[in-house]
Design a protein around this ligand. Structure first.
Ligand SMILES: Cc1cc2nc3c(=O)[nH]c(=O)nc-3n(C[C@H](O)[C@H](O)[C@H](O)COP(=O)(O)O)c2cc1C
Length: 173
């Protein structure tokens, strides 16, 4: 198996991060990989909002927890960086483009020793007043909606060496 394939099969979601910052050059490499994600008709309509500000992350955590009635909602597993991917609300390929963006991000991060996990909760509450106010403060356009976010940072836990694969593969010859 070549190094790219090994990187794909060894990536795992990380759900406990250390507070260690991601060096700027490493984060920039991850973002560069995202810039090359495919998008329908090459629209690249998405916006990445990279939040490192601890005060904003805490406020966002609280706002999400409140909006979803989950007072114990985690601070994005303690990740030092939280990336909100948003797309225009009237763009029909927003969900799938977001998935391409996030997969590029996760694989790039893993190749650089940085852990990651998809965070789905903003999808269910981006339109709630308190959450939207923080998104606006972070520079996210009002007409943008969210299908997924990423928590990234250095893992503070062991990751499973392998996992069960349940997807169906059929070959017709
Ligand atoms: C659409 C989507 C939503 C997800 N939402 C969350 C989430 O909110 N929190 C979380 O911890 N993991 C989330 N995950 C990560 C999955 O749980 C994870 O990818 C899956 O269990 C397989 O594990 P692996 O990533 O370690 O291979 C999500 C993944 C996808 C694709």
């Amino acid at each position: 198996m070549n190094e790219i394939l090994k990187n794909i099969v060894t990536r795992r979601s990380v759900r406990k991060f250390s507070s260690k910052a991601i060096p700027e050059d490493v984060l920039n490499d991850i973002i560069t990989a995202v810039l090359y994600a495919p998008s329908a008709m090459n629209t690249q309509y998405w916006q990445l909002t990279v939040i490192k500000n601890e005060d904003m992350l805490e406020r966002l955590q609280k706002a999400v927890g409140k909006a979803l009635d989950r007072p114990d909602y985690h601070r994005f597993y303690g990740a030092p960086v939280f990336i909100v991917v948003t797309v225009p609300e009237d763009y029909r390929h927003g969900a799938v483009d977001t998935a391409c963006v996030l997969q590029n991000m996760f694989l790039a991060a893993h190749s650089l020793g940085v852990g990651s996990v998809w965070i789905n909760q903003l999808r269910d509450c981006y339109d709630k007043t308190e959450v939207r106010a923080i998104m606006t403060e972070a520079g996210i356009p009002e007409n943008h909606i969210c299908f997924g976010c990423a928590a990234i940072g250095y893992a503070d836990c062991e990751l499973p060496a392998d996992r069960e694969n349940k997807g169906i593969v059929k070959t017709v010859e």
